[in-house]
Design a protein around this ligand. Sequence first.
Ligand code: CMC
Length: 432
Amino acid sequence: MTQKTIELIDRATDRKVNLPVHPGTIGPSVIDIAALNKEFGLFTYDPGFGGTASTDSRITYIDGDAGVLLYRGYPVEQLAERSTFTEVAYLLLHGELPSRKQLDEFTGSIRHHTMINESLLRFFHGFHYDAHPMAMVSAVVASMSAFYHDTMDIYSARQREIFAHRIIAKIPTIAAAAHKHALGQPYVYPRNDLDYCSNLLHMLYAVPCEPYEVDPVAAQALDLLFVLHADHEQNASTSTVRLAGSTGTNPYAAIAAGISALWGPAHGGANEAVLNMLEQIGTVDNIPKFLAQAKDKTSHVRLMGFGHRVYKNFDPRAKIIREMCHKVLARLGRSDNPLFELALRLEEIALQDEYFVERKLYPNVDFYSGIIYSAIGIPRSMFTVMFAIARTVGWVAHWAEMISDPAMRIGRPRQLYTGPTRRDYVEITKRA
Ligand code: CMC
């Protein structure tokens, strides 16, 4: 089969260039513009990367118009209903669902890498009590490179695997320590007999003076949220991990860069921002006033948890979480949650508003996730940390895919320069 090409003609000189078109297995094809600079001396210009594929990848597929999300080909709805976060982690990292033996080995390895070096634990003492947990988590993850020297050879498949297991196993321990530091409570050590999310809840809520029993409803809800947050192709934080990792930096530094990128309210920080917004709105009567502000471009106010760069129909994750909200709140005996009622009304009103309809703005994954997190007792400042724990799996899968590709190059975008043209230095006494 001949390869499809797109012919580009420079009308001024009549020069032509044929740009190859690469098909994917599903989804839009891409135009390979590598020859454009060589032949025409031109770059492409795409601020915000709205129409640019930065890489090829076999991990996650999104169809934004149809509201489809596939991990390694499997629909997220099926995984949410029938799988677990640990199994999804294996799938994202290895490309296939595990056999029983593979899953047991993988789970066992994750469960036995949960402790962090005691010196690393002492880092938390250096933070003020009111430090945002994302600041602590990103700093401590970056610092892991100073402790785990035996996983620094990024070109060793075995070392990459040990790194993957370590970071996935230890990030809940780091997250829980950040929470305990903020509370002024002693750190709680992991319990390797518990599953991933039960262990996280244990480390977040147990105290030395009384027994703590993990609520299985809370653990299940968290596990489902983690499945939904595990990966989302080339989003801002994953692209950050890839860009940082493409320099050959150590993997802990690359993941810490991703955590920092996730923190922003346009990305993973939206879950915290949604609850702040709902509290600020307060009652249903105030919704129209708030929406008027969100539509006013001069206000810098946005309807948090609404809109997505890729989803222009609905976010399949939001649909699952919305249903889950009803069930979890009922099972935890909190079905009269006023913020959930407010969120439902806000969604209903916004979805009928011409501004949001015209722009195809729908609730995204973060619109309802904060309500579930608060129902299971997770404090607001920890919401984005929860997202980071789940997304670590996706970041690691993308980093490993990139590093194991022999064609990997450093990521280095170009620019359209609009500054001053060349000019000569002027002595300070002669400046106007
Ligand atoms: N509230 C009000 N207006 C909005 C919103 C919003 N939430 N989102 C987009 N718009 C408007 C925007 O002003 C623009 O209007 P116009 O065409 O008149 O200039 C139009 O819709 C297109 O928006 P955009 O900013 O060009 O879209 P984008 O793809 O660059 O941004 C987004 C996507 C998610 C950053 C944005 O929708 C947003 O800020 N949403 C609120 C924050 C949020 O919920 N983020 C979580 C994203 S999902 C979790 C994750 O994976 O990160």
